[in-house]
Design a protein around this ligand. Sequence first.
Ligand code: NAD
Ligand code: UDP
Length: 356
Amino acid sequence: MILVTGGAGYIGAHAALALLEAGEDVVILDNLCNSSREAIPRIEQLGGRRVEWVAGDIRNRALLDQLFVRYPIDAVMHFAGLKAVGESVRQPLRYYDTNVGGSINLCQAMAYAGVFTLVFSSSATVYGDCSCMPINESTQCGQPTNPYGQSKLMTEQMLASLGSADERWRIGVLRYFNPVGAHPSGLLGESPRAAPNNLVPYLLKVASGQLPALPVFGGDYPTPDGTGVRDYIHVVDLAEGHVNTLQYLRQHAGLRAWNLGTGLGYSVLELVAAFERVSGVSLPLDRRERRPGDVAQCWADPTRAFEELGWVAQRDLDTMMRDAWRWQQANPMGYEETARPVPSTASLAAQAQGAG
Ligand code: NAD
Ligand code: UDP
C-alpha cells in the first residue's frame, strides 16, 4: 500500500488515481489546508476502487506512527506542502515548518516503521536563475530566491544526507516544471483555496468571467515574443511519472533526482493562443511590468527520466488547455464540499490500537 501525503491536492489526487490504475492500494493523508475532501470520492469513482484516507497533518508524529501501524504501507509519495511563492516570502516560518519540518517528521516516522521508499515532490525552482537551457539534473546555476524554493532545496539536501547515511533508503526526487491541465474526465483538477497566482488557474478565472483580465507580466524578456517561457506539463503525464519512479525504486536503492518536464518551452502569449484556439474564448489581456523574482525562461532536459524511468510526457499544450477548460467549466468554483464523514485522529488511534 502506498501512503500519499497531500493526496487530496492537485497533483497528489492525480497521482493517487494513477496508482490505483497501476493496481496499487492507496491511503491518503491530507489536512485539507489547500484542498477538498470531495477529491476523494472522485478518485475512487475514476479508479473504480476504494481509497483509504485520513484527515491529518504530516507534522503530527503520533498520527504518522498510527498510520504506519494501521496500514501495510511499503512506500510513500510525499506531496503535502505549501507552494505559494509570495506567501512564503511573507510567512517563511510556516513554509520551513511544513515543507522542511514536515518532511523530516515523515522520514523519522518512516524509518521508525521500517519503510524506506520515498518519492518526493521537488521543483525546478531548486535550479535558481539559469541562462543555459534546457536544464538537466546536474545543472548548477545558483540558489532559489524565495523561502518556498529554499524549503524544497533544503529538503532535497536533507534527503541526500539520509540516502548517504543509510543504504536502506530508496528516494526519488522529482523536479516538476510547470504542471497544468486536469484529468480529461473533468472530475479532478486544481482547486486552490486562495486567489490564483499561477498563470493557468488565473487564465481559467478570466475565461469564465470571474476575473476581468489576465495580467501578462513583462513584455521585454529576451524571449521570442518578450514574455516568459516555461515548460508546461500535463498533470496526468506528471502523475504517471510517479508510478514509473515507484517501479524504478523497487529495483534500485539510493537517491536519484529526475526532471519531469516536456523539454518544450512556451511563452505566456503562446499559451494564451493555445487556450483561445481550443476553447473559442477570447481572453482580455492586461500588459504589466515584470513580476519580481520571475526568470525569463525555464525548460527541462527530460532525457534522464526517459532513459532511466522509461517515462516521456505524451500530452501537448492544446490537450493541457482543453482539459483545463473542461475542468473549469464543470467545476466553476472548484470542488464542492459535500458532507462526508472524516476519520478522526481519535478513531484512527483506536483502530491502530485494535490492530496492534
Ligand atoms: P496542492 O496545494 O494542491 O496540494 C498539496 C496538498 O498538501 C494539499 O491537499 C494540502 O491540503 C496538503 N497539505 C499541505 N500542508 C499539509 C500538512 N502539513 N499536512 C498534510 N497535508 C498538507 O499543491 P500541488 O500543486 O498538488 O503540489 C503538490 C506538491 O508538489 C507540493 O509539495 C508542491 O510544492 C510541489 N510542486 C508543485 C508545483 C506546482 O506548480 N503545482 C510545482 C513544483 C512542485
Ligand atoms: N504569468 C503571467 N500572468 C499571471 C501569472 C503568471 O504573465 O497572472 C507568467 C509568469 O510571469 C511566468 C509564467 O506566466 O512567465 C508562469 O508563471 P506561473 O506563476 O504559472 O509559474 P512559475 O513558473 O512562476 O512557477
